[in-house]
Design a protein around this ligand. Sequence first.
Ligand SMILES: *[C@@H]1O[C@H](CO)[C@@H](O)[C@H](O)[C@H]1NC(C)=O
Ligand SMILES: *[C@@H]1O[C@H](CO)[C@@H](O)[C@H](O)[C@H]1NC(C)=O
Ligand SMILES: *[C@@H]1O[C@H](CO)[C@@H](O)[C@H](O)[C@H]1NC(C)=O
Ligand SMILES: *[C@@H]1O[C@H](CO)[C@@H](O)[C@H](O)[C@H]1NC(C)=O
Ligand SMILES: *[C@@H]1O[C@H](CO)[C@@H](O)[C@H](O)[C@H]1NC(C)=O
Ligand SMILES: *[C@@H]1O[C@H](CO)[C@@H](O)[C@H](O)[C@H]1NC(C)=O
Ligand SMILES: *[C@@H]1O[C@H](CO)[C@@H](O)[C@H](O)[C@H]1NC(C)=O
Ligand SMILES: *[C@@H]1O[C@H](CO)[C@@H](O)[C@H](O)[C@H]1NC(C)=O
Ligand SMILES: *[C@@H]1O[C@H](CO)[C@@H](O)[C@H](O)[C@H]1NC(C)=O
Ligand SMILES: *[C@@H]1O[C@H](CO)[C@@H](O)[C@H](O)[C@H]1NC(C)=O
Ligand SMILES: *[C@@H]1O[C@H](CO)[C@@H](O)[C@H](O)[C@H]1NC(C)=O
Ligand SMILES: *[C@@H]1O[C@H](CO)[C@@H](O)[C@H](O)[C@H]1NC(C)=O
Length: 420
Amino acid sequence: MPKSNLMAKTGFLPPLMFLLLFATFRATLSSNSPNISTDQSALLALKSHITHDPHNLLPTNWSTSFSVCSWIGVTCGSRHHRVIALDLSSMDLTGTIPSQLGNLSFLALLNICNNSFHGSLPIELTNLHRLRYLNFGNNSFNGEIPSWFGYFAQLQSLYLYMNNFSGVIPSSLGNLSKLEWLYLDYNSFSGEIPSVIGNLTSLAKISLSYNNFSGEIPSIIGNLTSLEWIDISNNNLKGHLPSGIFDNLSKLQLLHLSQNKISGRIPNSISRCSIPSSLGDLSELESLDLSSNKLNGRIPTELNNLGFLEVLNLSHNHLKGPIPQGKQFDTFTNDSYIGNLGLCGLPLSKGCDNDAETPTKLDRDDDDDDDEINWKFSILMGYGCGLVLGLSMAYIVFTTGKPWWFIRIFERVRQRLAER
Ligand SMILES: *[C@@H]1O[C@H](CO)[C@@H](O)[C@H](O)[C@H]1NC(C)=O
Ligand SMILES: *[C@@H]1O[C@H](CO)[C@@H](O)[C@H](O)[C@H]1NC(C)=O
Ligand SMILES: *[C@@H]1O[C@H](CO)[C@@H](O)[C@H](O)[C@H]1NC(C)=O
Ligand SMILES: *[C@@H]1O[C@H](CO)[C@@H](O)[C@H](O)[C@H]1NC(C)=O
Ligand SMILES: *[C@@H]1O[C@H](CO)[C@@H](O)[C@H](O)[C@H]1NC(C)=O
Ligand SMILES: *[C@@H]1O[C@H](CO)[C@@H](O)[C@H](O)[C@H]1NC(C)=O
Ligand SMILES: *[C@@H]1O[C@H](CO)[C@@H](O)[C@H](O)[C@H]1NC(C)=O
Ligand SMILES: *[C@@H]1O[C@H](CO)[C@@H](O)[C@H](O)[C@H]1NC(C)=O
Ligand SMILES: *[C@@H]1O[C@H](CO)[C@@H](O)[C@H](O)[C@H]1NC(C)=O
Ligand SMILES: *[C@@H]1O[C@H](CO)[C@@H](O)[C@H](O)[C@H]1NC(C)=O
Ligand SMILES: *[C@@H]1O[C@H](CO)[C@@H](O)[C@H](O)[C@H]1NC(C)=O
Ligand SMILES: *[C@@H]1O[C@H](CO)[C@@H](O)[C@H](O)[C@H]1NC(C)=O
């Protein structure tokens, strides 16, 4: 049987080849690939870069007599038996980051916040391409955000707050398409907020407060529809709030822009920051701080639609006209409005003298005239059911010229309708 003979002679070849291949593979694996020993030497390098450890944690605990995976702050993954998380937060450690830390190639979480690490960040950290969470907050790092941060393709959370970082936000951060939380507050960053921020389509929380960012707020922020928190307070920003910027930010819960030089009006569209969704996960603007800017014009009455607003600070601007009344506006005190000489009505002691005060808003010389008219229409047409009535009111308003008592009556009717 020549055929089966041949089979018997050659049949051993594939398993042999497989064994040979496997052997070479094993050899390459053990000679070249990092393993848990690599992680151990990386952590020992870090230990040797700690210059002050008042609780004596690492000298006693990070002992080579025990597995790296039992060391304090260290977590290993079960699948590859490599270090996947390093959490040394709040240990009062002083030191620097050694380049060897980049050898922890399976690291997904690195948290060293609330310590006194200083110096700059070694480029070898780019090897940590599995990083999802990076927290260097509340340390003493300095220098710029390295452009190689753009290599952290999996990064979801980046905390660099409360350090001594300076320079601009590198455009390479636009590469971090999975980034959800970005905290750069309390540093010395400067320059403009780069428009590549528009690439961060997963962004939910961004804090850039207490820096020296200048220029205008990029309107591209209005495309980041996952945004829940925007805190850009205490910077050097100027210019207007782009009018449509809030049109699609329906998940926004916090907007803090205080202590800048932002001018122009409060966009009516801010009231769209609310979605009573059918799934019941109500998400609405809860905290609005626009204080200490150069905002002018009126407070849009539409803000009354923000039924969950708990914090409102419009103080120290150039706002004028009546403060919206009713609903949650009754809960704000005059602290929310002080430093706006043109505002009137409760809770301020300055009443709106309706015959004298309000017609000045119709002042034809006022360069804000178009917006005033838009404002009136938005009151009148605030609710669909008032549309026809609203249009006829508008007609009366603009033909009689002394119509404000009429508007107030109408406003009360409208509110009753809305409350039903
Ligand atoms: C890790 O790899 C080195 C070679 O790079 C080898 O000598 C060592 O035995 C390996 N350690 C483990 C625990 O596999
Ligand atoms: C190091 O600390 C961890 C966590 O506190 C603990 O489980 C471990 O037993 C400690 N190891 C030594 C050698 O003290
Ligand atoms: C950092 O310290 C602050 C204040 O003591 C504390 O609230 C926070 O939980 C700490 N963060 C971590 C991750 O330990
Ligand atoms: C770890 O990193 C250092 C410096 O980045 C490097 O010299 C070393 O070869 C790396 N590998 C191991 C296994 O420690
Ligand atoms: C910063 O870290 C220190 C410990 O290093 C801690 O005492 C302080 O509360 C932290 N501050 C904040 C705001 O987290
Ligand atoms: C962006 O990430 C890709 C890999 O995900 C990398 O090849 C590229 O160089 C990165 N670009 C920047 C500017 O960091
Ligand atoms: C921050 O850096 C400046 C110099 O750039 C230095 O004078 C200052 O002491 C640093 N502050 C801290 C808290 O490290
Ligand atoms: C931002 O996104 C655009 C379009 O998706 C892309 O062309 C550009 O390279 C991205 N920029 C960065 C810095 O990743
Ligand atoms: C902030 O930036 C402006 C330029 O935009 C500069 O004139 C000013 O000195 C900077 N302030 C600080 C505290 O660095
Ligand atoms: C921002 O959104 C608008 C409208 O959805 C779209 O036309 C525009 O292309 C977007 N811009 C970028 C840079 O994605
Ligand atoms: C908001 O989203 C709608 C629908 O996607 C789009 O047509 C509109 O241009 C967006 N507005 C802004 C200001 O991006
Ligand atoms: C409003 O903001 C100013 C600073 O911009 C602050 O001094 C004041 O305490 C804040 N008031 C309220 C009620 O939050």
